[in-house]
Design a protein around this ligand. Sequence first.
Ligand SMILES: [Zn+2]
Ligand SMILES: [Zn+2]
Length: 320
Amino acid sequence: MVLERQREPLRPQDRPVPPVGEGQLLVQVDACAVCRTDLHVVDGELPDPRLPLVPGHQIAGTVVESHSPSFSAGERVGVPWLGWTCGRCRYCTTGRENLCDHARFTGYTLDGGYAERAVADARFCFRLPGGYSFEEAAPLLCAGLIGYRAYRMCAAARRLGFYGFGSAAQILTQVARADGREVHAFTRPDDAAAQELARAQGAVWAGGSGERVPLDAAIVFAPAGPLVVEALRNLEKGGLVVCAGIHMSDVPSFPYELLWGERVVRSVANLTREDGTSFFARLASLRVETRRRAYPLEDANQALADLRSGALVGTAVLRV
Ligand SMILES: [Zn+2]
Ligand SMILES: [Zn+2]
């Protein structure tokens, strides 16, 4: 499925199998989970994608051809958002490759996984954890990985607030609970289905985003700037608000006293390979369940529409 121009539907297209270069893998895609970032690319909220583009950056599949010593044909592999970095800039050389000035991103500036075949740089791919089907593993590759990066920034906060209960919050609630944290899930006030899902996955409390609940840290997953202020209103002194999305509407102005007391607002951008390694190591002793809705690849536009409208509870996964 190909995006020819932003703000237009994806179109099915027959393409030749892409050439595979040195250090790359040819992957037979089995499942590709749909991320809100895909919507931002399709809807034109993120500038300058490669066009025409195959979207999708949560790819789970099988290596069919390997031009790298680190993977063999037949292995189960995951392809995440971070697709290439320069290795030389001041960010790459200081352990911050997620901020690389020249980074390339799967399903944005590189072709992604809304396709039968994908090509990826082996250095940025992960072996899929055992015990997860392709469909189960796909949401781990962005919602899981970047969510985990945001979660680790919350350090030892005991009372966590998650604003927006989509794919990432589902996964992180289970990790946080296993780590002995309390998760408070904030959703649209009338979204009983999301609140019920949050409680089922281990949140100690779920309610509307305007509710007052004391928090040590909050992660804002939803792309709505006013939620940053709502989160700040709930934050104890020394607390942290992490904005986990790549795009967000404007954050309204707010009184300085909400930030006073060494409260911090920050974003989390992309992932490093180390985030992935740590996350999958964490999953070795923790089984994470996600609620998913599977769509055939050719229904990618419907999956995006359901995510856009808020009608989707859980994670959309395209099956190839
Ligand atoms: Zn770099
Ligand atoms: Zn994503």
